[in-house]
Design a protein around this ligand. Structure first.
Ligand SMILES: [Ca+2]
Length: 54
């Protein structure tokens, strides 16, 4: 039963959640401008990670 519950959540769930968060104008797609926001966010996250672990 527990295994079945875990299987209900598809593999791409996390990605779809991220895509929805990135889709600022809600057209169902992540365009270049929205993608740039992702890259900027990741860059900041990486910098923060390195500084905190330096
Ligand atoms: Ca969009």
């Amino acid at each position: 039963r527990i295994r079945d519950g875990h299987r209900e959540r598809p593999r791409g769930w996390a990605v779809e959640k991220i895509m929805q968060d990135l889709d600022e104008n809600g057209d169902g797609e992540v365009d270049f401008q929205e993608f740039v926001v992702l890259v900027a966010t990741l860059t900041v996250a990486c910098n923060t990670f390195f500084w905190e672990n330096a």
